[in-house]
Design a protein around this ligand. Sequence first.
Ligand SMILES: [Ca+2]
Length: 157
Amino acid sequence: MVARNIFFGKLLFLLVVLLAISSVSLTQAKTASPLQVNITSVGYTDLDDDGLADDIFVTFTVDGLKESGATKIEIYLDITLPSGTLHKSLFYVVSNVEKLHLYIHAFNTATESGWYRLDLATVKYGDTVPVVAESSVIFDPPTGAGNGDPLYKIGTA
Ligand SMILES: [Ca+2]
């Protein structure tokens, strides 16, 4: 009788451990990956065919997006010129995928010689409070003068 109680005691302990392990794995499977924004390339070229390599491009990924349905994100792009001039832009994107590959073309923005700073921030509005992810890069476009006002274009990369 004592041996039988010990056997059932061990069996009950084993069941409790198995249930605990399965609940941990279920919890981990439901947890969304954290929001991340990663700049994959940045540079300049003549994107608007005006003969001047004064257009900045940036490609980047936004990961950790998937919520229960469509997820709204805001993308803030700040380009700081060597003189301190700041070009600010904001894009709204609605996504139903986990990871986006995007590009932004900033026309007529590489108008000074020296080092540029590019700051990219993403805000995700989902089921909970807004979440922010940021990434920055410093780079050196060419010397030269621009031709026209800054314009922007965004798309999937
Ligand atoms: Ca151009």
